[in-house]
Design a binder for this molecule. Structure first.
Ligand SMILES: Nc1nc2c(c(=O)[nH]1)N[C@H]1C(S)=C(S)[C@@H](COP(=O)(O)O)O[C@H]1N2
Ligand SMILES: [Mo]
Length: 422
């Protein structure tokens, strides 16, 4: 496919040996990161606060600069680290910088450094030949590159009404990056998947903080794992992954929510029966209803594991409370289609009564953010409701009313911002 290009190791822009050298040179940095991590584990004295446009308090959140390899982030939780991307970052381009890419972990036992010269990725289970692969072994496999949005299932949960438990994210638990690595299929083929394989289970180096806590593991159906798009990434925006985003390796599941994008990936297990571990069977399940939506309190609904993403679009150069002069105003933002590309992005400046087309920016592939822009004419002074909606290539459009479920998953209602013309 057009946006997933194989490159010969010897003559690629980011030569494999060059990347390998860069990775080992920078191993020492992870040790430095240790000090930063323990620092951040102490309560943060937040002098800088940011006000999120959430429906309920606390709306004021601390900004932190204390996490290794991370710039300014919104602190949602310290242990394990949950860091949100400040929304203005998304106005600077369709690729989210690594140092402001959001961070989410379930357990706080996360290695503070990984020695990549001894690091091994194991492949085992229902295969002909178990493998233990070094980073060098992976760098010898065909290299693929793909732009894809990584979005938490609970992105925007803080907007849920009635409120639901969990991290009260605004819209910044998402990001878009160019991922470089190898196909999961190529790794599985090297091990030789046996007939009767059902799923592939992925595990990382992080561990539960309590002895009987369930280790974070996620599984994909065997056909999905071998579709040639699911990949193991060793680089993010052409740099090695920040430790907190899964250094040295993470799974990329294009078009699917990031719960499947296992970080610090160290173990791949081919299963001959469906995975019933906690993180598949209990956590990250959604109502099997349109938009995964139920009425608060509704019971007896069939649950299924969360899966593909749905279309979304956002304003990036105006927000709630922005004041603009009467006259012509340039508006812009970002959109993504979920598991298919962006077909169109439309804009309304009259609370959804009429919609106008917007111009789409460069196409970085169907799983990427895409920029949109339009000029509008603000004729009258006063408050205006601006709305933006994305339709994807499959014909799915963002809904006009918010969905609701007890986990706060899959929000993709049409975004509205109140702008004042003066
Ligand atoms: N090993 C490991 N991988 C993980 C998780 C985790 O807790 N452990 N959390 C998942 C979830 S729910 C999310 S939202 C993404 C967050 O990716 P990021 O921190 O790179 O933004 O990582 C996913 N991969
Ligand atoms: Mo998540």
């Amino acid at each position: 496919m057009a946006h997933m290009v194989s490159k010969r190791p010897s003559n690629s822009i980011m030569g494999n040996s060059a990347l390998a050298a860069a990775m080992s040179r920078r191993t020492a940095l992870w040790q430095l990161g240790l000090a930063g991590l323990s620092l951040a584990a102490a309560p943060a004295f937040a002098e800088d606060m940011i006000k999120l446009p959430l429906p309920s308090d606390p709306r004021e959140r601390p900004l932190t600069h204390d996490f290794p390899q991370k710039g300014t982030m919104i602190l949602q939780r310290t242990r394990p680290p949950l860091l949100e991307t400040p929304f203005d970052v998304f106005d600077r381009g369709v690729f989210t910088p690594n140092d402001q890419f959001f961070v989410r972990w379930h357990w706080a036992v996360i290695p503070t450094s990984v020695e990549i010269n001894t690091f091994k990725l194991t492949v085992r289970g229902h295969v002909n030949q178990a493998l233990s692969l070094s980073i060098d072994d992976l760098l010898k496999l065909p290299q693929v590159e793909l732009a894809a949005v990584n979005q938490c299932s609970g992105n925007s949960r803080g907007f849920y009404e009635p409120r639901v438990p969990g991290a009260q994210w605004a819209n910044g638990a998402m990001g878009n990056a160019l991922w470089t690595g190898v196909r999961l299929k190529d790794v599985l083929d090297r091990a030789g998947v046996k007939a009767g394989a059902v799923q592939v289970r992925l595990n990382g180096l992080d561990d539960p903080v309590v002895p009987d806590g369930p280790d974070f593991k996620k599984s994909l159906d065997i056909e999905h794992a071998r579709d040639g798009e699911v990949m193991i990434a060793y680089a993010m925006n052409r740099e090695q992954l920040p430790l907190l985003n899964g250094f040295p390796l993470r799974l990329i599941v294009p078009g699917w929510y990031s719960t499947y994008w296992v970080k610090m990936l160290s173990d791949i297990e081919v299963l001959d029966k469906a995975d019933d571990n906690f993180w598949m069977a209990v956590a990250y399940t959604i109502p099997d209803t349109p938009h995964a939506s139920v009425t608060p309190g509704q019971t007896g609904v069939k649950l299924v594991p969360i899966n593909k993403m749905v279309p979304r679009s956002f304003f990036t150069n105006v927000a709630d409370g922005t004041t603009l002069p009467v006259g012509s105003a340039p508006l812009r933002g970002i959109a993504f289609g979920g598991d298919s590309g962006v077909a169109k992005v439309e804009l309304s400046i009259d609370s959804g009564k009429s919609w106008q087309a917007t111009a789409l920016g460069k196409d970085h592939g169907k799983y990427s953010f895409r920029q949109w822009q339009a000029n509008v004419l603000l004729g009258a002074k006063g408050s205006h409701s601006f709305m933006v909606r994305c339709t994807n290539q499959a014909g799915d459009v963002q809904p006009g009313t918010p969905n609701w479920n007890g986990s706060g998953f899959m929000r993709n209602v049409i975004e509205t911002v109140q702008v004042t013309a003066s």
